[in-house]
Design a protein around this ligand. Structure first.
Ligand SMILES: [Zn+2]
Ligand SMILES: [Zn+2]
Length: 465
């Protein structure tokens, strides 16, 4: 659309017109309650939106693959387009998932509850990218947030209205909306709400998987994501979550050899589901509690390390055979899988160490930070919010546990260099916790004080979030 046509078009648009008239691009009479245009042409009026979005850079409907625009307002078309062009590539930035792309594209155009939920997430994501990720809830003076809230309300009432239906498609819609709600709440920093949705999503998905006719690859995949996010949240006990997630997954059976990066990723994720829960438990135990349970903990740790050793052998043999022939996206995914298991391995090695023995791990900690720095240089187009874990857990562990403070500072700087969100983990929160821990440890060891220039630098990055 040329600028002149667009201005003309925007000029004609009534800002308060009803949703139906706006979707139809016709002038609305804006009668209170419901307009008279709609019934006059035999339509049901969809009512008025209280909150509209200012048109912003990057927030446009250009290039949208919207086939179903009948009830979608121009704002919503832009939100959907932003989702397709910016949010999806970011969410699947570490690992592409064609099934998800296809499914999301198709369902977002036919299911109003989904496109409202998508608009909610798009607006919150857009705001997070422009103004930094929040750690303290929404802000009702913010246009994106009020818009998101209204979209959420619409999605919710649509779902409630259909809750009695037995349509199997609806199960996927409910689960997907629940998933989009989890992501939105996480981005807003409202962990309590996120966990409520996470719990009900997990329960529902489990129920559907048990019932014949309700299982589908999408439900399976959503259940996997719910479990994964649940497990990750075990590290947030005391921050956002006060109970332990009830997920205790076992170690998966390995394929004899890995044929592609998807297989390595799938297997790594299942091992990590188990090790994460174990690590969260170890990190919460006091030294004396650890001593009481030492034998059991040690045996578990050894068996996890052995599993990772085996995983590494198979992973590296795939890497040697095929890395150079892989697409850039797959190469990046390989690097992320390696980062995932290396950080878990390092965490396992340190989790039962006495403080004086932790020093032996310093070279490995330093090497891990170097790997992260190198990969960040190698992949400049980095996602802002991604579903999988990659850099944050390992860097955060080094930044809080390494006995060499200079390595910790490097890890904190690496976290600061790329403000982003991996699943449930936010780099800004990781930095905040790591800076606090570093300050406390320095004071304990009688180091003069936290070096001022460093503190200023970290504060400048942490504060606006
Ligand atoms: Zn109207
Ligand atoms: Zn109307």
């Amino acid at each position: 659309m040329s600028d002149i046509v667009r201005r003309k078009f925007l000029g004609k648009r009534s800002t308060k017109g009803c949703r139906t008239c706006r979707a139809r691009h016709v002038k609305c009479d804006e009668a209170p309650g419901a307009c008279r245009n709609c019934p006059a042409t035999g339509r049901t009026c969809d009512g008025y939106d209280e909150h509209r979005l200012p048109v912003r850079k990057g927030w446009s409907a250009r290039g949208t693959m919207v086939g179903y625009g009948g009830q979608m307002t121009p704002d919503e078309r832009r939100g959907l387009s932003y989702f397709q062009n910016s949010v999806i590539p970011s969410l699947f930035g570490f690992f592409d998932c064609p099934m998800w792309r296809r499914f999301l594209l198709q369902i977002s155009q036919t299911e109003p509850a989904v496109w409202h939920s998508i608009n909610m997430l798009s607006a919150i994501y857009y705001d997070a990218k422009e103004n930094g990720m929040r750690v303290s809830g929404d802000d009702l003076s913010n246009a994106q947030h009020t818009y998101a809230l209204e979209q959420a309300t619409r999605a919710f009432s649509l779902l409630t209205r259909r809750s009695a239906s037995s349509d199997p498609e609806l199960r996927q819609v409910v689960l997907l909306c629940c998933f989009l709600f989890v992501l939105s709440e996480l981005l807003l920093g409202r962990y309590d709400n996120a966990f409520v949705h996470l719990r009900s999503g997990t329960q529902l998905a489990r129920e559907f998987m048990r019932q014949k006719g309700l299982q589908s690859p999408v439900v399976r995949s959503l259940l996997d994501w719910f479990i994964f996010l649940n497990v990750q949240s075990s590290h947030l006990v005391g921050i956002g979550r006060d109970d332990e997630p009830e997920v205790a997954p076992g170690i998966p059976t390995f394929p004899a050899t890995f044929r592609n990066v998807q297989e390595t990723r799938y297997t790594a994720r299942h091992i990590i589901n188990s090790t994460c829960m174990f690590l969260a438990r170890c990190w919460r135990l006091s030294d004396s509690e650890k001593m009481t349970e030492y034998e059991e903990l040690w045996a578990k740790r050894q068996s996890f390390l052995a599993t990772f050793d085996r995983f590494e052998r198979q992973f590296e043999s795939l890497s040697q055979a095929s890395y150079h022939g892989m697409s850039r996206q797959d190469q990046r995914s390989m690097e992320i899988v390696r980062l995932q298991y290396q950080s878990q391995y390092l965490a396992l090695e340190g989790c039962l160490c006495a403080p004086q023995d932790l020093a032996a791990l310093t070279p490995k900690h330093a090497a891990f930070v170097s790997t992260c720095e190198r990969l960040m240089g190698l992949f400049p187009d980095r996602p802002a919010v991604t579903l999988d874990i990659g850099f944050i857990p390992g860097l955060h562990m080094v930044a809080t546990q390494c006995v060499d403070f200079s390595v910790r500072v490097r890890a904190i700087e690496a976290l600061c260099a790329w403000p982003h969100c991996e699943g449930i983990l936010k780099s800004n929160l990781a930095v905040e916790l790591a800076v606090q821990a570093l300050e406390a440890d320095m004071q304990r060891q009688g180091e003069a004080c936290f070096p001022e220039p460093l503190k200023d630098r970290f504060q400048a990055i942490v504060m606006p979030w």
